[in-house]
Design a protein. Structure first.
Length: 197
């Protein structure tokens, strides 16, 4: 019978956290040697997610799941008779890898434990785009739940619970050139696409 991740850690305290996590993943049949290649993230990325509370691992009947609660929003700007939608253009990692994702929203952010979804979205927009929207700019559209293999962590099934919103920007927040989010391991580019006339 497979042990829970917490039991596994408690019995493996002599190993550093990354080794513990790698062993736990391999024990569940996940080939971590594919991680950190192409568009896949590394075991270090998953460990940071777990440590920060942005995701957790759950084992059910021998299958390991990564569970994430997140917020997602279309970021829109209306100008005269045109409506513009922000899209993620690409991510460039420090090691030179480039990842292009087809996302269902302009921005998305993993929620922290106990975080209010609207406040999580405001935090996410501030981190990714560099400004803080007012709660009155945000409209809630519903909940999305799905399960699929993670594109970031190949072989690891992920359960997603997303709070969907839309946010219209003010003239002061609008940057026609788009936005960049710089992180220690990567830079993400965002640009505008005209969606309505």
């Amino acid at each position: 019978m497979l042990k829970s991740f917490l039991q596994f850690i408690n019995e493996s305290r002599s190993d550093p956290g990354l080794i513990q996590l790698s062993k736990y993943l391999v024990q569940h049949g996940i080939q971590v040697d594919r991680w950190g290649q192409g568009s896949a993230k590394t075991v270090e990325h998953l460990e940071e997610e777990i440590r920060s509370g942005e995701s957790r691992l759950v084992s059910e009947r021998g299958t390991l799941y990564r569970e994430i609660e997140f917020v997602m929003s279309d970021v829109l700007y209306s100008s005269g008779d045109a409506v513009w939608r922000l899209v993620e253009s690409k991510q460039v990692f420090q090691d030179g890898r480039v990842r292009v994702r087809q996302k269902d929203s302009s921005v998305s952010e993993k929620m922290k434990p106990g975080e209010d979804p609207v406040l999580g979205l405001i935090r996410g927009i501030e981190e990714e785009l560099g400004f803080r929207p007012d709660p009155e700019q945000i409209e809630e559209l519903g909940i999305l739940e799905e399960e699929q293999e993670s594109g970031s962590f190949p072989g690891l099934r992920t359960r997603y619970r997303g709070h969907r919103f839309q946010c219209y920007l003010t003239d002061q927040q609008w940057n026609p050139a788009g936005y960049q989010e710089r992180q220690p391991d990567k830079t993400t580019w965002f640009s505008w696409v005209r969606v309505e006339e």
